[in-house]
Design a protein around this ligand. Structure first.
Ligand code: KG4
Length: 335
């Protein structure tokens, strides 16, 4: 029997995620249930998402406990997602966390989903080379920051409009690829007879600032796609993916040239699961002789292990959330 178990609950969007973690043994048991009810609507429907979380969350908690014969009374701390995300979905996870904490008489602490996407890197990559350049690329977020230590970051650049994951999703949907969108774009990359000749997104590679903007690129792709027979869809998405990767590499290469204090690069968020993107960053890290930290693919996308791991770090650093209120913030920022 393992003592001192932490329970993580993540319900910020359309995945119901539960994880049980111990500081000595790591992840003990976990599960991610991806809601499929949204597929026919072409995007996540918030009301359906919260209803489905409510329908499934207790079964998933008990499944995760039962899988490893864990007694619920051995849970000592609960960590749940405070935000950002869909209000109703966050509310389900937070109220379940608070109810369980009252029932078990243990603390429930709220976690910033974005910070969890970054910090999970330290659960899998033991070598910490700081300061690190962090590229957080998820559905709604694209943030470039410099991390000096836990709780000590500065934002260097952000998206000015769409998140990079959202852009992947919209392009995938517009050419009728089935979800999960980013992954389905990547799968189509296996047909590599493609020529990369579109020269799209020319204006996006401006190295004089480190912000990003993807809405123009998205419109450009959608416009090209309307010109029937002009280009086949595979060529188009190959060019799209290449452009996105190039934007990141060009800007970050420029930054690494200017800031020689950076010792490593950390990739986090769903889009960092992309194979070609990881390869491009591997080459970049070799070029500058710095460490590249990326995650097993299942920890790039939403998961409760990152929530519970950050909960553990916070407790370790003396943080306690004694508030009994249900603490959610759908538009929570990194800091
Ligand atoms: O981190 P995440 O699960 O959600 C947020 O916290 O926002 O990221 C989801 C995003 C989706 O937009 C999805 O299309 C994208 O990550 N994604 C990918 C890949 N796998 C997931 N994008 C590109 N290539 C992939 N392999």
């Amino acid at each position: 029997m393992i003592n001192n178990l932490f329970l993580g609950i993540e319900t910020s969007c359309d995945d119901t995620c539960i994880s049980i973690f111990n500081n000595r043994y790591g992840v003990i048991s976990e599960y991610v249930f991806t809601q499929l009810i949204h597929i026919k609507y072409g995007g996540t429907v918030p009301e359906l998402a919260s209803k489905d979380h409510l329908n499934k969350i207790f079964n998933i908690i008990f499944f995760v406990l039962k899988k490893k014969k864990i007694n619920i009374f051995d849970i000592k701390i609960i960590a749940y997602t405070k935000g950002p995300g869909l209000k109703g979905s966050l509310f389900i996870g937070a109220s379940v966390a608070k109810s369980l904490s009252l029932f078990l008489n243990i603390p429930a602490i709220s976690i910033n989903h974005l910070e969890a996407h970054i910090l999970i890197s330290f659960a899998f990559n033991k070598i910490k080379q700081l300061p690190a350049l962090v590229l957080l690329i998820s559905g709604a977020n694209t943030i470039l920051l410099k991390m000096f230590n836990y709780n000590n970051y500065i934002i260097i650049g952000e998206t000015l409009d769409d998140g990079v994951g959202e852009t992947f999703d919209k392009i995938a949907r517009s050419i009728n690829l089935i979800p999960p969108n980013g992954i389905s774009i990547e799968k189509n990359m296996k047909y590599k007879f493609i020529y990369n000749n579109l020269n799209i997104g020319k204006t996006l590679k401006n190295i004089n600032n480190f912000n990003f903007s993807f809405s123009g690129l998205k419109s450009e792709i959608l416009r090209l796609q309307n010109k029937k027979n002009y280009i086949d869809k595979i060529n188009l998405i190959y060019n799209f993916q290449n452009t996105i990767i190039n934007i990141f590499i060009i800007k970050i290469r420029h930054l690494l040239t200017k800031d020689i204090s950076i010792k490593s690069i950390i990739l986090g968020g769903g889009v960092s699961a992309n194979k070609e993107l990881r390869l491009a960053f591997l080459n970049l890290s070799e070029e500058f002789n710095i460490l590249l930290n990326y995650l097993p693919k299942k920890y790039c996308t939403d998961n409760a292990t990152m929530i519970v791991f950050l909960g553990f770090i916070k407790i370790y650093n003396g943080y306690f959330d004694k508030n009994l209120e249900i603490n959610i913030d759908s538009s929570l920022r990194l800091f």
